[in-house]
Design a protein around this ligand. Structure first.
Ligand SMILES: *[C@@H]1O[C@H](CO)[C@@H](O)[C@H](O)[C@H]1NC(C)=O
Ligand SMILES: *[C@@H]1O[C@H](CO)[C@@H](O)[C@H](O)[C@H]1NC(C)=O
Ligand SMILES: *[C@@H]1O[C@H](CO)[C@@H](O)[C@H](O)[C@H]1NC(C)=O
Ligand SMILES: *[C@@H]1O[C@H](CO)[C@@H](O)[C@H](O)[C@H]1NC(C)=O
Ligand SMILES: *[C@@H]1O[C@H](CO)[C@@H](O)[C@H](O)[C@H]1NC(C)=O
Ligand SMILES: *[C@@H]1O[C@H](CO)[C@@H](O)[C@H](O)[C@H]1NC(C)=O
Ligand SMILES: *[C@@H]1O[C@H](CO)[C@@H](O)[C@H](O)[C@H]1NC(C)=O
Ligand SMILES: *[C@@H]1O[C@H](CO)[C@@H](O)[C@H](O)[C@H]1NC(C)=O
Ligand SMILES: *[C@@H]1O[C@H](CO)[C@@H](O)[C@H](O)[C@H]1NC(C)=O
Ligand SMILES: *[C@@H]1O[C@H](CO)[C@@H](O)[C@H](O)[C@H]1NC(C)=O
Length: 443
């Protein structure tokens, strides 16, 4: 009987998944992280328990317990370990203390929670009262514009794992950036991030900064104030599906150097947001990105449903000196399919604290910004509109090749068929859409 069970289990493990799933294995050691009985910091116990439990083990955060990670957590060289978050895990609720830690590179490696290794499984709780990673962002957000430039804000997670299985992770009020995803072969399902703020804009609450190739993210719900995900070269082969985004800045691809691609984003509901399907090529740099598809998007009350630009500048960093402004991203085989929805009433959200706004749509003249600044300002004002569902701002047809639009059914805020803004592709045929500065015409 025992033999039969282990035979079935090993067949399952080797045929069904390359991932380390302890429920499919026998003889996995389980260790529970004890709560610090004498002080506030639970990080030493997490480190100690993980080390003692060793490889091929399961480390459990107990239900009904809130673990405080008073110092940053670094777990390296993990092999075949599952972490089960049945209890809550909290960052410190003292802003000036966190700022002092973030400033100290001897204890803060750039992220507060760091997992590195091979075959790591992170399992959250399906109990809505348990298993939250708590950031205490609500203590930081009322700072507004000052918070947006505060270098003392913590980044939450660094996951540098080959074969990461992450399931049911839930994040409550992250201060800013949530997941920085390195490694490769990430399989992440049913993730929830809640960065809704009732006092102050939740700046830079990006969901995933993605550089793990060969990954699938399935089931992702986020309420935030920045990108749901951003994927960039040299990352390849990433699929993200079944997304819900509220308040966000887009399901994004960006490109500033290198080569990459093969990204598929499908089945998304985007509402009350600034941007839906987003590409940002940095101004004055070049890169090579191929095979990117956004499909089956429902977009409601969102300022910029489809936004593709090749002149992106980070408002917090500005344009770095010495950029050659005639350079732009090379984007090849990009597809936008099955979009339905409507633009929003507003053209900017609470993240707009500069003039012109970082999200202003700058027309073709930005490819020559040495031209008079006031011209750009005028074009800015002319460029964006609640009438427009698509912004397609290419340097030229050489940089934007093999573009395909199909089944785009977007309405303007006033209910009329949406318009578009298009530069650089004037007269190019075969895109399924005409490059115009007026009502969208599919062909
Ligand atoms: C990772 O897990 C897979 C599936 O269980 C296994 O085949 C592989 O040997 C593991 N890798 C390491 C380094 O243990
Ligand atoms: C308990 O927390 C204190 C800080 O309050 C820390 O100095 C101590 O190392 C922790 N003890 C254990 C066993 O983790
Ligand atoms: C865990 O955190 C969530 C979110 O802050 C909270 O609603 C819940 O009450 C906490 N659970 C426990 C057992 O403290
Ligand atoms: C917060 O941290 C600062 C700096 O570490 C410390 O001086 C202050 O006493 C802490 N405040 C509370 C309420 O613990
Ligand atoms: C792409 O990634 C998926 C998900 O990890 C994987 O199953 C597939 O083998 C990868 N494809 C290639 C060509 O590497
Ligand atoms: C993009 O698609 C082309 C044609 O199918 C393929 O040759 C190429 O490997 C794909 N990926 C990238 C990143 O170029
Ligand atoms: C399109 O996406 C929605 C969710 O946004 C999903 O319910 C629906 O099944 C998807 N359609 C297809 C054909 O996959
Ligand atoms: C539209 O979205 C904005 C956020 O971008 C939000 O403030 C506003 O309340 C939403 N409007 C409606 C009618 O839901
Ligand atoms: C800027 O880039 C263009 C296009 O690659 C190139 O022709 C030109 O020489 C570059 N200019 C400088 C100053 O590097
Ligand atoms: C749309 O207007 C921009 C200026 O904002 C101009 O550069 C571009 O060529 C126009 N596009 C078309 C298709 O006329």
């Amino acid at each position: 009987m025992k033999l039969a069970v282990s035979l079935i289990a090993s067949i399952f493990a080797s045929t069904a998944s390359a991932y380390w799933l302890p429920e499919a294995l026998e003889g996995v050691k389980t260790c529970v992280v004890p709560k610090n009985a004498t002080g506030t910091d639970d990080t030493p116990n997490v480190v100690k328990t993980t080390a003692e439990c060793g490889d091929n083990s399961r480390v459990v955060f107990a239900k009904g317990t809130t673990y405080s990670l008073w110092t940053p957590l670094q777990l390296k060289s993990l092999t075949n370990v599952e972490f089960v978050f049945n209890g809550n895990v909290s960052l410190p609720d003292n802003v000036s203390y966190v700022e002092s830690v973030v400033a100290d590179t001897s204890i803060y490696p750039g992220r507060w929670i760091n997992f590195q290794g091979t075959n790591v499984t992170l399992t959250g709780s399906e109990d809505p009262q348990e298993g939250w990673f708590i950031g205490h962002g609500e203590l930081w957000w009322p700072g507004g514009a000052a918070n947006s430039v505060n270098k003392g804000r913590p980044h939450f997670f660094s996951l540098k794992v080959d074969y990461l299985r992450a399931r049911h992770l839930k994040v409550w009020k992250p201060v800013a950036w949530v997941f920085s995803m390195g490694g490769s072969h990430v399989w992440m399902t049913d993730t929830l991030i809640d960065a809704r703020s009732d006092d102050g804009f939740p700046f830079n609450t990006d969901g995933i900064d993605m550089s793990a190739s060969h990954s699938l993210i399935d089931g992702f719900t986020i309420y935030n104030g920045d990108d749901l995900i951003n994927v960039a070269p040299p990352t390849t082969n990433v699929t993200v599906r079944n997304m819900y985004s509220s308040g966000g800045h887009g399901i994004a691809v960006s490109c500033a150097s290198g080569a990459g691609g093969d990204y598929l984003f499908e089945n998304a509901v985007v509402e009350d947001s600034l941007i839906g399907a987003r590409f940002k090529g940095s101004l004055g740099t070049t890169c090579d990105l191929r095979n990117v598809t956004w499909r089956n998007f429902t977009v409601r009350n969102t300022s910029y449903p489809i936004h593709f630009i090749e002149n992106y500048v980070d408002q917090e960093k500005g344009l770095p000196p010495g950029r050659n402004l005639s350079l732009a991203a090379y984007a090849t085989n990009f597809r936008w399919e099955n979009f339905v929805g409507q633009t929003g009433q507003i053209l900017k959200d609470g993240s707009c604290i500069s003039d012109p706004c970082w999200s202003a749509t700058l027309g073709e003249s930005l490819f020559y910004p040495q031209l008079v600044v006031c011209v750009i300002r005028l074009i800015t004002i002319a460029g964006e509109s609640t009438d427009k569902g698509i912004y397609l701002l290419c340097a030229d047809g050489e940089h934007c090749k093999d573009f395909h639009f199909s089944n785009i059914d977007l309405k303007a805020y006033d209910g009329k068929p949406a318009e578009m803004e298009c530069t650089g592709l004037n007269g190019i045929s075969g895109m399924g859409i005409a490059c115009t500065n007026s009502t969208i015409v599919m062909s």
